[in-house]
Design a protein around this ligand. Sequence first.
Ligand SMILES: Nc1ncnc2c1ncn2[C@@H]1O[C@H](COP(=O)(O)OP(=O)(O)O)[C@@H](O)[C@H]1O
Ligand SMILES: [Mg+2]
Length: 494
Amino acid sequence: MFRSLYSKLSAVMLMLFIGVGILVVQVVLYATDMYRQEVSQKLNRELAANLVKEKLLIQDSKIRHEDLKHIFHMLMVINPSIELYLLDPEGNILTYSAAPGKVKRERVSLGPVKTWLSGDVTMPLLGDDPRHPQRKKVFSAARIQQQDRLEGYLYVILGGEEYDSVAQKIQESFILRMSTWIIIAGLCLASVSGLIFFALLTRRLKRLDASMRAFKSGKSLASVDFPLGHGQALPGDEVDHLSQTFREMAGRIEQQIEELQNNDLLRRELVANVSHDLRTPLATLTAYLETMQLKEADLSADERRKYVQVARNHCLRLSSLVNDLFELARLDAEENKLNLEPFNIAELVQDVVQNYELTAKEKDITLTSNIGQGLSFVQGDIGLIERILENLIMNALRHTPKGGTVSIILSPADEYINVQVLDTGDGIPEQELPHIFDRFYKISTSESPPVSFTGLGLAIAKRIMDLHGSDIEVESELNSGTCFTFRLPVYTPN
Ligand SMILES: Nc1ncnc2c1ncn2[C@@H]1O[C@H](COP(=O)(O)OP(=O)(O)O)[C@@H](O)[C@H]1O
Ligand SMILES: [Mg+2]
């Protein structure tokens, strides 16, 4: 029954309202009753004193029945709810105006009477009602004295209507009836507004709950509607925050799932590529070795040398593939584990260039380095940066025809140093450019591919720059040349 937040809130509110309603009615009834008594007592403050002044009621300890009767009669006519009692100095009831048999007490406690006579009274002041063993009522009282001798007291009960029940009391009074109806109407109005208000407030929670369930059951974030506070900008209330937080969380979950799926796809592709690239050289290698084994006697020395050469080339290819794969795996695993240090990039470039001078000469290619003046230290992992330079220079030398040029240019740019490897080679077709950094991506050419190229060199370079928080870019024009650029932060000692 009370499963939803709305029903719980509503039940609590209704219970509170009913409680408050009962309390208010009780307070109103009590207050009006007290007020009525107070007014009655104030109006009749001097009543007893005036009556005593009018007639001497006890003379020489004897009650003057004639005078008393007269007064009783007079009061009966004016106000029948008033009752007179004649008390002796101890408070015992001597005689009274009420009908015989109705009086249930023989004496009245004198405490309230004396307080009344002292004049220092907070009204309403209640005294014993002789007609009821426990009940108390407002009264007026006066001393009866004869030459300073106390003969007794005149005790006047200022009666009021007595009701059997609260309902009857309300029923009989127009004002109370009105007030009760106004209170009930006010509470009903407040309850209805409260219910509507709660419904409006909890509606968004309900929608959020529905959205969360929908997402949980597999719906995509884009197709789930979130109750974000009427489209206004944050900060909204807690529901808006909750909704926003959940949306962000759901976004991250989706992103991570997507990454996992992509990784899985990449891993599968990698395994497929690796197996393919391993299988071809291995199969060729096996085939050549078997032929040599079978036809050992029939082969000429020249043929044998050629066979061994082919087998060796495939071995080299396998070896570089395994090396590259191993390097890439290490770079993938070594997230955030760079050995960053300041080093002189100009010196590094010169060293690497020196290593490739012989190869360049053999291919009749001019290999130059253009190192600007006063280039400072950069921050990076020197071993890995050397590896990028080697990969780029090897690629450039491979793709540049005889008589071409390969140059390495260093140029400062703000807080960075740009490193460019430029060649005057065959260039890369535009449609291939977005893919050349992919793992195992090789551009197929008409001539059979040289055995030791794996399609991993640029992937390794890109991964190294990723680890440095930087990027590597390429510009190329077919048949005119290619330029690879990456940048390193200048080292600033602090
Ligand atoms: N300087 C260059 N000029 C022309 N093409 C290039 C150059 N550098 C790289 N490429 C192309 O990009 C491809 C990917 O390069 P890389 O990842 O180093 O693999 P690999 O060198 O093993 O073929 C190469 O197959 C080649 O076609
Ligand atoms: Mg390469």
